[in-house]
Write a protein that binds this ligand. Structure first.
Ligand SMILES: [Zn+2]
Length: 395
């Protein structure tokens, strides 16, 4: 009894934020109270899936007809959509051609200077992300605006909201990643009351270590009930080891397919990243990474065609976070992305409902034009974005 009491106290001191998990463990019948549908202000616009063709890719290996390692995107999807073949990240001292920065330029529509402190990309945008505008205007629950994130770049988990005074954390998106799954499992194990003191202590330390990666405002890593259900199901299929589920960008595609089928997000962003492994110096990491993303895009297109809410009602926006160098003095010219000319050169492909087909736009456009364009597709104004709406996409 005394020991139980002791354990209980220690559990109480943890910031668990486990409404969903707790109700599941304490009384499964309670769970229905979390299913009460929040009123949506009748969102009638298309659903949008932003595919960050990430880890930094050049036009040469993506949209160049001869050089592409992404044949599905370039030869099939581009013909059914509008391709901006001359999109750039602005040449300015405020712009850095890298992953976290590019992701936030896409999400906010503004080239804000993000300082890297001690080689960390713990950035906080000062103007709202697309998620915040959308959720504020349409009262959409957080699990219907999602970022899907990889294993290596945990900071990007927390690009889900800005610190703008009239938006911010109350309108953030949720995130699906192995990081969130690990936190889900640890919280569940800790709350299960079935661990020895020694194991309990170990699990609590692991959890604290993971939670310390959250650098935003000490906000708890909340888990709405629908996400608890999501991870419970994932756990049943894939277990705990991480050895069964796909890894790298294939995992992101798998999570995205699950999300589309189960959580039905209105706005989904997938942060692909594998081509970036070419930093280590192996060319094949890059081209193979691009082809894995291409296969992922194909699978996502097939998935939405089978999902009632998405069929003929979805827009894809495919855009890199940044380009890569073309350095003739290196064995792998595209090994890095050091603010060179070609590291600024990207593209954007829009495809889906209401988007003009078989069109290539060659005028120079900017990465910050993505946010106001998506805002128009989704029926709101990105008031703080500084880019211009890409009017050519509309039929
Ligand atoms: Zn990189």
């Amino acid at each position: 009894m005394a020991m139980e009491h002791h354990k209980f106290n220690r559990r109480r001191t943890l910031k668990l934020g486990t409404a969903g998990i707790t109700s599941l463990l304490v009384n499964p019948s309670l769970s229905s109270q979390y299913l009460v549908k929040k009123r949506e202000f009748s969102y009638q616009q298309p659903r949008v899936i932003i595919i960050r063709f990430g880890g930094g890719v050049r036009r040469q290996e993506t949209i160049n007809i001869q050089g592409t390692s992404a044949p599905f995107m370039r030869h099939i999807l581009a013909k059914e959509g509008t391709l901006f073949s001359n999109m750039e990240l602005e040449q300015s001292k405020n712009v850095t051609t890298s992953h976290g920065q590019g992701t936030l330029y896409i999400l906010t529509g503004k080239y804000q200077k993000y300082e890297e402190k001690f080689l960390s990309d713990r950035f906080e945008p000062t103007v709202p992300t697309l998620f915040e505008y959308l959720r504020k205007q349409y009262h959409i629950p957080e699990e219907e605006t999602l970022i899907i994130n990889g294993e290596d770049r945990t900071s990007e988990e927390f690009y889900s909201f800005s610190n703008h005074h009239s938006f911010g954390v109350n309108y953030r998106s949720q995130v699906l990643s192995l990081y969130r799954f690990k936190i889900h499992l640890l919280k569940k194990q800790i709350l299960s009351n079935q661990l020895s003191d020694k194991v309990l202590e170990k699990k609590q330390k692991e959890l604290e270590k993971l939670q310390q990666k959250n650098y935003r405002l000490n906000q708890e890593l909340s888990e709405p009930f629908k996400l608890t259900q999501f991870w419970e199901e994932w756990h049943k299929i894939y277990g705990e080891t991480g050895l069964v589920n796909p890894r790298g960008d294939r995992l992101l595609t798998e999570l995205a397919v699950w999300a589309i089928q189960r959580l039905k997000p209105k706005l989904l962003m997938i942060n692909y990243n594998d081509p970036d492994y070419v930093h280590w110096g192996y060319k094949s990491h890059y081209t193979l990474g691009i082809s894995i993303i291409d296969q992922g895009i194909k699978r996502l297109v097939n998935t939405i065609k089978l999902a009632q809410e998405y069929r003929d009602n979805t827009v894809f926006c495919i855009v890199p976070d940044c380009g890569r160098d073309s350095n003739p003095f290196l064995a792998v010219p595209y090994q890095h992305h050091f603010n060179s000319k070609s590291a600024h050169e990207i593209f954007a492909l829009f495809w889906g409902k209401g988007i003009k087909k078989n069109q290539i736009i060659e005028r120079r456009v900017s990465q910050i034009d993505i946010a106001p364009t998506i805002a128009k597709i989704m029926g709101f104004h990105a008031d703080y974005a500084e880019g211009k709406i890409l009017e050519e996409v509309f039929m």
